[in-house]
Design a protein around this ligand. Structure first.
Ligand code: GAL
Length: 375
């Protein structure tokens, strides 16, 4: 099922009223060109929202341009700012050489260093999805240009800090030779006990789909699909947000979660994820926890109504807290279009709450005053 946008949402590009958010349609920037910032996230800084995302070309999902930055004061009218982190065209040995894979960039602002820090999922050119690295770049201004620093696997030689002595003892006994056949019940059990954590202990943990989250105390966390996309991990970032501290946990071991999007409401942490079906949409999942370090509890699919079993055709990418409005969070997702990647569309829907539990309904058109009417 490719380019859902063309058959789920047939009536594209209608007259857009001011401040209207119409998921699935063409979203023109200030030049009238569809916004090219996929798998993205949004940073609020100094009265403006900055939207960072993957630039997708017409024919390939590999990075031909780099990471884009758009800005807006009202979340509806978007100005194209820059290629915040361009691919490298004149050095074939660069990690971010044209043709590599740069996915799901997120940018956070470090109040102490006054710098903007970007992390993204990096795959090396010509190596498919085998590298499973995270890359970091930094800038003094939100629109960049960001300076590329390095790419790496996460927390080499470290085990999850919450692993008990008993769990470590079990891990010690796990013998990879016994689990060469994937997807058997025995293999799942071994994955869940940390077979791949052990496999990747020396070189560092894999990291693909990813998210960043800055907590109220200024600490930042990196949330990513690890262990061959079988298990999510949450890792603490250093004070300057440029490296990992070695402290991390595993979430939903062997649960096959991708596309983590996280937010905090009334002291509770919420995370929406997808299953692992590549560019095809699937049913969203949701977790909550009283602390970033868990325990994370699974909830039913937060989406409701028609197409809720495929997240309305999309895959989560970010939850955007609207500044100045209480309990106003926007669920952001991508409707991928692998045959014509630049034609991928965006889903932005308000997160609603029932008995304190988040849920998401499709709305053809809405605007931010939706949040005021809900009160
Ligand atoms: C998706 C993932 C995307 C991209 C894609 C490649 O599952 O969420 O970010 O990696 O797979 O097939």
């Amino acid at each position: 099922m490719c380019c859902l946008c063309t058959f789920i949402f047939p009536s594209l590009v209608q007259g857009k009223k001011t401040n209207e958010i119409r998921s699935g349609e063409i979203w023109p920037d200030n030049h009238g060109v569809h916004i090219n910032a996929h798998g993205g996230g949004v940073l609020y800084y100094n009265g403006r929202y900055y939207w960072y995302g993957e630039n997708k070309s017409d024919t390939t999902s590999s990075a031909m341009v780099g990471i884009m930055c758009y800005s807006s004061s009202n979340l509806s009218d978007w100005k194209k700012e820059s290629v915040a982190l361009p691919v490298i065209t004149d050095d074939a040995s660069s990690d971010i050489v044209k043709g590599c894979i740069m996915e799901r960039p997120k940018v956070i602002y470090n109040k102490k260093t006054k710098r903007f820090v970007m992390w993204f999922h990096l795959e090396l050119k010509g190596k498919g999805y085998a590298a499973a690295r995270s890359a970091v770049a930094v800038s003094d201004t939100p629109e960049g240009p960001f300076k590329y620093i390095r790419s790496e696997r996460i927390n080499p030689r470290k085990l999850p800090f919450d692993m008990t002595d008993e769990q470590r003892a079990i891990l010690d006994t796990l013998d990879a030779n016994k689990y060469k056949q994937w997807w058997t019940p025995m293999w799942y059990e071994a994955i869940s006990k940390g077979l791949f954590v052990k496999r990747d202990l020396q070189g560092g943990q894999m990291a693909r789909d990813m998210q960043l989250f800055v907590d109220d105390d200024g600490k930042a966390y990196h949330i990513y699909s690890s262990e061959d996309n079988l298990t999510l991990q949450i890792a603490e970032l250093s004070e300057d947000y440029l490296s990992h501290t070695g402290k991390y946990i595993r979430i939903a071991p062997a649960g096959h979660n991708e596309a983590p999007a996280i937010f905090k409401r009334n002291g509770e942490y919420w995370m929406i994820t997808s299953g692992c079906t590549g560019w095809e949409p699937n049913e969203a999942r949701m977790f909550s926890a009283p602390s970033i370090w868990g325990p994370w509890k699974k909830h039913p699919n937060p989406c409701r109504g028609p197409k809720s079993e495929i997240t309305f055709g999309g895959q989560s990418t970010y939850v955007l807290p609207v500044v100045g409005k209480k309990d106003a969070f926007i669920f952001m997702a991508d409707i991928w279009c692998p045959k014509h990647p630049s034609n991928a569309r965006y889903i932005w829907l308000p997160i609603q709450f029932e008995d304190g539990i988040p849920y998401i309904e499709w709305l053809d058109s809405w605007s931010l005053d939706f949040f005021d009417k809900k009160k």
